[in-house]
Ligand binder design. Structure first.
Ligand code: SDX
Length: 439
């Protein structure tokens, strides 16, 4: 209970902060869905105080119309459409159109969009020269950071962020070229020749072809696996103001070009607490190895003195089951069935781990549920990807979300450079001491 000296009272869209003998009013704003917000943009000017919110657990950084999440209900909407319906009925490029333009496309709009993406999938041939500069065993995410940032060294005609046409061209280029760059990073990693994109294949099939075909024989894309890949892209496309999207927005707020902003997002996504969790989750399942070792790891996850966490579990926003995890689990079963993989020991461990964790009071009380990363690793491994490629695939899919959020931020007339403040607890002002007088 906040003491009466310092309290927020809310009435008719106003909240009053009382501190000592002073009171200040702040606007309360409502969105179309979700929590109201307290507009504190004038707090420092009015009170001389900052808010303090490490990790931004209670902070809305922007207004957005793109994605809505209700963490308690386990709801995820892209432009108002439930993720379950988009994953079941749509495809990834339709989802890209929806995220970018705000509406589902007509057939003519979709055909035009698919055509524009298809004819931007090649990258400047000189970009291939960057790859030999990397060690073969470089993590593919390091290659992605370098290659995507380098796009701004080639596509100067789409870096003027004040030009709406250039913003859309850059958006299309990013969506179109990420699969090509990701596949090249993979081929370089495994020492195989690059495979150029093909205009007769759809987005996901083209990506699988660029990753898994070799010059020595014909590669036929399995349509069931291509559909699963496409659905995995849809699930990862956007997710409100997560860490990497916030990174892209902050980088973009300085006026940086879109390619540099996306490279910043890739760097942030790499972390194991964020997009790196799919790689970490599969590594964890492999380390657990068998169902009988699960109790030992559950105990470690609960032990405050042990830094171990169940990777693929828990979420800053979802305090219910991540709706994407359910679809991911279903897709996992479809892929394993299509490949004739009857008993995947890691899937057995994952299913048993989930069952035990969801009945354990520690996880129940902290509302820790499987998130999208829990089942994605098993699925991606079955599709033929090494764990080092898992976060690359996440970054490929999330590019459309990053670029849609970046465009929304650039086009927001109220946007300004992001510049948070701090609670300073360092040394007070003091005079320089000559070295001979220091102890
Ligand atoms: C993604 O934000 C997004 O939208 C991200 C994402 C997207 O699409 O962009 O959804 C993608 O990043 C999914 C999350 C992937 N990360 C992981 O799976 C890594 C494992 N999970 C945790 O590191 C953690 O759950 C986070 C980082 C995801 C969320 O951390 P929070 O919200 O800061 O919560 P917290 O760390 O404060 O944990 C709350 C409590 C703590 O215990 P107490 O200090 O209260 O006693 O829950 C515990 C934590 O110790 N806890 C876990 C746990 N996650 C949290 N304990 C064991 N295992 C876990 N996985």
């Amino acid at each position: 209970m906040v003491s009466s000296r310092r309290a927020f009272f809310m009435r008719d869209n106003k909240a009053t902060l009382t501190y000592g003998n002073n009171s200040w009013d702040f606007d309360v704003q409502s969105g179309s869905m979700g929590p109201d917000v307290l507009n504190i943009s004038s707090l420092y000017a009015q009170t001389g105080m900052f808010t303090y919110d490490p990790g931004f657990t209670s902070t809305a950084s922007c207004e957005s119309k793109i994605t809505f999440i209700d963490g308690n209900e386990g709801t995820l909407l892209y432009r108002g459409y439930p993720i379950e319906q988009l994953a079941e009925n749509g495809d990834f490029l339709e989802t890209c159109y929806l995220l970018l333009y705000g509406e589902l496309p007509t057939q003519a709009q979709k055909d035009d969009f698919v055509n524009r993406v298809t004819y931007h999938t090649m990258i400047h041939e000189q970009m291939l020269r960057f790859l030999p500069g990397f060690r073969r065993d470089a993590h593919p995410m390091a290659v992605m950071c370098g290659m995507v940032g380098a796009l701004s060294a080639f596509y100067h005609d789409s870096t003027d962020i004040s030009d709406p046409h250039q913003r859309m061209v850059a958006s299309l280029r990013m969506i179109a070229k990420m699969p090509t760059i990701a596949a090249m990073a993979y081929k370089y990693h495994i020492g195989q020749p690059f495979v150029y994109p093909r205009n007769d294949l759809d987005y996901a099939a083209n990506f699988l072809h660029m990753c898994f075909s070799v010059p020595c024989e014909e590669y036929k894309v399995n349509p069931v696996l291509a559909r699963a890949m496409d659905r995995i892209f849809i699930l990862h496309a956007d997710h409100e103001q997560n860490a990497s999207t916030s990174t892209v927005r902050l980088a973009g707020s300085s006026g940086a070009n879109p390619f540099a902003c996306i490279a910043a997002g890739i760097a942030c996504l790499w972390g194991p607490a964020h997009g790196g969790a799919n790689e970490a989750a599969l590594t964890m399942l492999s380390e657990i190895g068998s169902v009988d070792k699960i109790p030992e790891y559950i105990a470690r996850a609960k032990d405050k003195n042990d830094p171990f966490r169940l990777m693929g579990f828990g979420h800053r926003v979802y305090k219910n089951y991540d709706p994407r995890a359910r679809i991911m689990q279903k897709t996992c079963h479809e892929v394993l069935a299509e490949l004739g993989i009857k008993d995947d020991p890691l899937l057995d461990v994952a299913l048993e781990l989930e069952k035990i964790a969801l009945s354990d009071d520690y996880f129940v009380s902290k509302k820790l549920y499987p998130n999208i990363d829990f089942y994605s690793g098993i699925t991606l491994r079955a599709l033929g990807f090494p764990t080092t490629m898992f976060t690359v695939l996440f970054s490929l899919a999330r590019t459309v979300g990053w670029i849609a959020q970046w465009k929304e931020m650039v086009e927001d007339p109220s946007q300004k450079i992001g510049r948070p403040r701090q609670l300073y607890t360092g040394a007070s002002s003091r005079d320089y001491l000559p070295i001979g007088q220091r102890r």
